[in-house]
Ligand binder design. Sequence first.
Ligand SMILES: Cc1ncc(COP(=O)(O)O)c(C=O)c1O
Length: 518
Amino acid sequence: MLNNQGRPTSAGNAEAKEHKTFTGNRALAMEEGLIFETGRYDVTGVDLDEPEAFTPRLGGQERKAPLGLPGLSEPEAMRHYVRLSQKNYAIDSGLYPLGSCTMKHNPRLNESMARLPGFSDVHPLQPQSTVQGALELIEELARWLMVLTGTEAVSMSPKAGAHGEACGMMAIKAAIAAKGEAATRRTVLVPESAHGTNPATAALIGFEVQAVPAGADGNVHPDAVKALLGPHVAAIMLTNPNTCGLFEKDIIEIAEAIHAAGAYFYCDGANFNAIVGKARPGDLGVDAMHINLHKTFSTPHGGGGPGAGPVVLSQRLAPYAPVPFIRRDGDALRMVEHTTEATTSFGRMTAFHGQMGMFVRALAYMLSHGADGLRQASEDAVLNANYVRARLADLMSLPFGNRPCMHEALFDDEWLKGSGVTTLDFAKAMIDEGYHPMTMYFPLVVHGAMLIEPTESESLASLELFIMTLRDLAFSVRRGETERFSGAPYHAPRRRLDETKAARNPVLKWTKPLPIEV
Ligand SMILES: Cc1ncc(COP(=O)(O)O)c(C=O)c1O
């Protein structure tokens, strides 16, 4: 079989699927066990002097046997970690079309700036007079964020998008309490298409969540919101552009209705990368919005951290922002750390002022792009997503019609109906083709959703190859070649896992008995 570039491929080749190697390695891709399986407990990779004899002072409680840590020589340790690193799929390895996650290239310039010793070596407990440059950088980044969003204040300390949501909702809660309405305004409206973190955040902060039904066109409709408004509503949490990849065209009318009802407008800004330099959330009536620096401003996704999710705030919410924040005193910058000074602040969310490394990267990205470059990045992200949409629209189904999208193109599984192939099968077959799958089954308002976000980082050539691959797969579906999908991935080091079992019954701990006395 030849691929679309005329190169031989083993897709569909039964022999390649069945062939097992003695080592478990495939071509030059190595199998790698856990370090506990490969290491030996009686060796160490370094030569240490025998410890001098000493009299233990632990009253018999001291350890009598080795710790049971696996020992490897230096080359074995190197190989272990290099092989593990090669198992990572990353934006540095290839296109990563994970919708809503904005897996785009992180320019290496950002990395080298973050490694400047003046930034990388600062300690959060250093006297403030010795970190004036770092405070200046945070101030400068904060200024860019406020200018780009058209807002009055920004809290830099939240560590991720969801943490930012908590920050914004706590500011809203404090503002409501200040008006003496804490007992009555207890409901937060969340559209059905929202990211799961939105209702989770609202509930965590102590609100009741009421769903706003999705419109048939993928947008939230003012009438649906107005029907739910009343003196019990504290806020709406609305994503714009939304998780269907569409701009909320009635956002101003919704914001006005929310404000007229005495409530606040929290905007999930995870998709801000689609509108930077084109629209300012503050102008749309937003009171609070988190910005995922790791999406829009190209800092690395942290795999759990460290991240940064600054929250911009309107004038109405600014007084309730958390401590610490930076204030200029004459020529010097200082951190306001306590609520004794910031008396209306809702308090403190984190030990320190945020993630310095991310701040440096984000500002480096902004300064190297400039305002025009940031706008261009948004435009290119939207252009690329629309290119994908337009080139696949004849084969794959679009739940809200073939109309322009923002930074991500959303398909559903209508086109797979009756084929015996599911969204999951299709995604697994993409892995065989060397592509990380798109976001699947999210947003929930769309059946069998496939959310593709190519980002602005991809060239036309890379987009074309991706599109041709998806077209090839789609034609396979049409031809009824279900085997290509049902057993996929055939070529990955691990085949299809029992995902339900993995989620319900995760094995998170190495349990083999170790040769140690307890
Ligand atoms: C729409 C949306 N909202 C919120 C979040 C939460 O952001 P974070 O993962 O930084 O906590 C995400 C993350 O993917 C998202 O896509």
